[in-house]
Design a protein around this ligand. Structure first.
Ligand SMILES: *Cc1c(COP(=O)(O)O)cnc(C)c1O
Length: 453
């Protein structure tokens, strides 16, 4: 019992249901709004974008949703994923705290994103959809969706933020290996893309712009739908397999977390880990402090406003009530590309607004310093995004060292960094700088956020 390092579940112990937090929320989630009428959006408003099964999940009030057998079958390629106790890191920090991390880098794409890519493609395949379009920043979501499309025989067309398309050719290669077709965004394939390129032929792009391009291509063809890798309720739902497994794994070794920390870009790996624990907390069965960790250069929860805003730059999506930096906001090019998004999952924003979870921001050099401590002890090279969670876990463990408290800390190592070595190179050579967040830029971008009475 005491000398575990890696806590595994047997294949037959893998959870067979996702957890939907909606019915357990102390106050209901504010609905998405139709951008024209400003009335609550209906399933119909999403019908050109998503298959019916996913729209139902998006609006579902069922506490548990069964994972279809063909999805479980693909999950078994890498799930259940391991939970590690970071004994070597604890020793380095000389802390009385126990640090646990749930490792999602074991998936084929190297992150948690296939947990939702696989069911999204499955439900589209069931409804006879031929092709999915999507956007990708660093390429993690695009490669996850391309992998999932290959599993179920769908075509996959991906708009990759131009700056990363040029800087990160290896992720593009991964997408192409799995059969994906990749365009830099802005592209000359869409009207919106052409309008941006006319102003700046070297436009670096942004996630919000790439979403606009992928959405406009999907709605133009009834055989095509769009897929989003974060933010939406159904995405967080699919990711809850992470937290459900972690609950079972901690129970095996008789531990409950005192502190849970997770990195938040759009909120999906955080929600996936945290919501099953929040369920236990709301039911009075445990009482962990739950904390979101975001980049200091893109502080959506800690500096943004809780308002209705668009998910994309062109303003094509329904309005969502979320913490936002403004859909026109273009975050500084930090290395954690997956955390460079102007908005936050409405579910994560809502539980933050209700005071059920906390949030902090961390500058990128502290993140990479923490990642090196982690890699040199635990061995795994983290993706730049979860270095934020690791930095927060280390802060907490050092506080325990000072106070003598023996807290149990849980986090998700949601991806490995094997395709992000250029970022490590920058850090190791001393060239990495902490990028500023500008209140003036924020104020400017907030002007574009619709004012809703
Ligand atoms: C995409 C990504 C993120 C950010 O997305 P969330 O929805 O906030 O989880 C974080 N980490 C990794 C490894 C990613 O690929």
């Amino acid at each position: 019992m005491s000398d575990y390092t890696k806590i595994l579940l047997e294949e037959h112990e893998m959870p067979t249901r996702w957890y939907n937090i909606a019915p357990d929320l102390p106050e209901p989630l504010p609905p998405p709004l139709h951008p024209g009428t400003l009335q609550p959006a209906t399933g119909e408003d999403f019908a050109a974008l998503f298959p019916k099964a996913l729209i139902e999940q998006e609006m579902s009030t069922e506490r548990y949703i069964d994972i279809p057998e063909p999805v479980l079958d693909v999950y078994r390629l890498w799930r259940p994923s391991p939970l590690f106790r970071a004994r070597r890191l604890e020793k380095l920090l000389d802390t009385p705290a126990k640090i646990f991390y749930k490792y999602e880098g074991v998936s084929p794409a190297g992150s948690h994103k296939p947990n939702t890519a696989v069911p999204q493609v499955y439900y589209n395949a069931l409804e006879g959809i031929r092709k999915l379009t999507t956007e990708t920043g660093a390429g993690q979501w695009g490669s996850s969706l391309a992998f999932a499309c290959a599993q179920f025989g769908l075509e996959c067309e991906i708009w990759q933020v131009a700056a990363s398309y040029r800087a990160k050719p290896h992720r593009r290669t991964m997408m192409e290996i799995w059969g994906g077709v990749v365009h830099p965004s802005p592209s000359n394939l869409t009207e919106f893309g052409r309008s941006l390129l006319a102003k700046d032929p070297d436009h670096p792009g942004s996630l919000g712009i790439a979403i606009s391009e992928a959405v406009s291509e999907a709605v133009a063809d009834p055989g095509v739908r769009y897929a989003l890798g974060s933010v939406l309720n159904h995405v967080l739902l699919h990711q809850t397999i992470i937290g459900e497994e972690a609950l079972l794994q901690l129970a095996k070794v008789g531990e409950t977390p005192d502190v849970l920390v997770g990195c938040t870009g759009g909120g999906s790996n955080f929600g996936g880990l945290a919501f099953p624990f929040l369920r236990e907390k709301l039911a009075g069965r445990m009482n962990p402090v739950i904390r979101c960790v975001e980049p200091a250069a893109c502080p959506t929860l800690t500096k943004g406003q809780y308002r209705y805003d668009f998910g994309d730059t062109a303003g094509l999506t329904p309005l969502m009530k979320m913490h936002t930096l403004g859909h026109d906001f273009i975050p500084e090019p930090i290395h954690a590309g997956g955390l460079r998004y102007h908005g936050m999952a409405p579910l994560v924003s809502h539980v933050y607004q209700l005071g059920l979870v906390e949030a902090i921001s961390v500058p990128q050099r502290e993140c990479f310093a923490s990642a090196l401590q982690f890699a040199r002890t635990e061995g795994i090279v983290p993706a730049p995004e979860p270095t934020h969670a690791i930095a927060a876990a280390i802060r907490e463990a050092l506080a325990c060292k000072a106070s003598g408290e023996e807290k149990v800390i849980l986090t998700a190592l949601c991806g490995h960094g094997h395709l992000d070595l250029a970022a490590y190179d920058k850090y190791l050579s001393g060239e990495m700088v902490d990028l500023e967040f500008s209140d003036a830029d924020l104020a400017e971008a907030m002007k574009s956020v619709p004012v809703i009475a």
